[in-house]
Design a protein around this ligand. Structure first.
Ligand SMILES: [Zn+2]
Ligand SMILES: [Zn+2]
Length: 344
């Protein structure tokens, strides 16, 4: 069983989860970037392929397309957290620990083993966003959960262990200090200026236009002024809202659209880079507030963090966000079908 352990000097929590070493792995970790990917629509050994459902637990959420499931959400059997653990805090000597309580979902995005979110039909990506919202809201109802993290790992250097396209949704009982500090900083900014610091930053980005990558009716994608790494892109909703689970149907469509287009730009410019994306939202105990604003961050794995970053927490970004944004804006991507042109 996994467990949370707290660093007594910093308040940071880690999860000790030796069981995760048993999870299946498509990638050869002995060779750097040694991906053993399968360029076929089906793999007999893949637990996420259609026909191999018995290798996993039953669906928590599923979409059918007439020939079978087209998307499904299942419990992660190799999760670092689970609902059987006791979230109560206990002492071990001078240290604090707790059972590894949490909810860990895997969202299988397509029955096709070799599909990629950047080239999927827009309607499929919209279904992925709807599933994110549905499970985000369900997991948020658990009173022991304080943060729900929606994320996607693409490629071995981004931490993906299976090639089959999938995302994860993990509800965790503790919000880490770097998240709560960020929310507290935004709260102080609200108390000082009387408005949301993220709305102000978005207005400033739109006024300058220097770092904008893509716009749609409801979202703006840009390379942040203080990007930590090259080609980092954040997608912000124009509507002030601190809870991702409050996204409405029009915004779901629009988020699918801008996400597909930004991922296509990254793929065209960098050649299918490994990347992570994650959604940052307010903690479930804070909920809907005026001072925080949810967003999605995409981090291509173009650089490695080294001793300076680990030692100081200060990232050295070797590319200018303004140049990255210009390159991403300029790249040619697939035209949208008629009627799906972004409404800007
Ligand atoms: Zn598969
Ligand atoms: Zn805002």
């Amino acid at each position: 069983m996994s467990e949370f352990r707290q660093n007594i000097a910093t308040g940071e929590w880690v999860i000790i989860a030796p069981e995760r070493r048993k999870r299946p792995d498509d990638y050869d970790r002995d060779k750097l970037c040694g991906a053993t990917t399968v360029d076929a629509e089906h793999s007999d050994s893949c637990p996420f392929c259609r026909g191999n459902e018995s290798m996993c637990k039953p669906s928590l959420y599923e979409i059918q397309d007439g020939t079978g499931w087209s998307l499904r959400v299942i419990p992660n059997i190799f999760a670092a957290v689970n609902t059987h653990a006791d979230p109560g805090r206990t002492r071990e000597g001078i240290h604090l620990k707790a059972g590894g309580y949490g909810i860990a979902d895997v969202l299988i995005e397509s029955p096709l083993h070799n599909a990629d979110i950047s080239t999927m039909p827009l309607s499929q990506i919209e279904e992925i966003i709807k599933a994110y919202r549905f499970r985000y809201n369900e997991i948020s109802l658990d009173p022991a959960i304080n943060i729900v993290n929606v994320f996607r790992n693409h490629g071995p250097s981004a931490g993906a262990s299976l090639q089959h396209p999938h995302s994860q949704i993990i509800g965790c009982m503790v919000a880490p200090p770097h998240v709560t500090d960020q929310i507290e900083y935004a709260k102080r900014a609200y108390n000082t200026w009387g408005n949301c610091v993220y709305c102000r930053a978005l207005d400033d980005e739109l006024a300058q236009g220097l770092r904008i990558v893509q716009e749609t009716f409801h979202f703006v994608a840009y390379c942040p002024f203080a990007s930590k790494s090259p080609y980092e892109v954040r997608i912000f909703p124009r509507r002030h809202c601190s809870v991702f689970g409050s996204i409405n149907a029009e915004e779901e469509f629009d988020l699918a659209l801008i996400l597909k287009q930004v991922l296509q730009r990254l793929r065209a410019l960098l050649g299918d880079p490994d990347y992570n994306f994650y959604i940052r939202s307010s903690t479930t105990c804070d909920g809907q507030v005026q001072y925080y604003h949810w967003y999605l961050t995409i981090v291509p794995r173009t650089s490695h963090y080294a001793g300076f970053e680990l030692g100081t927490g200060i990232f050295i970004n070797t590319s200018s966000p303004e140049v990255c944004a210009e390159e991403l804006r300029s790249v040619k991507i697939q035209a949208l079908p008629p009627g799906l042109t972004p409404r800007i």
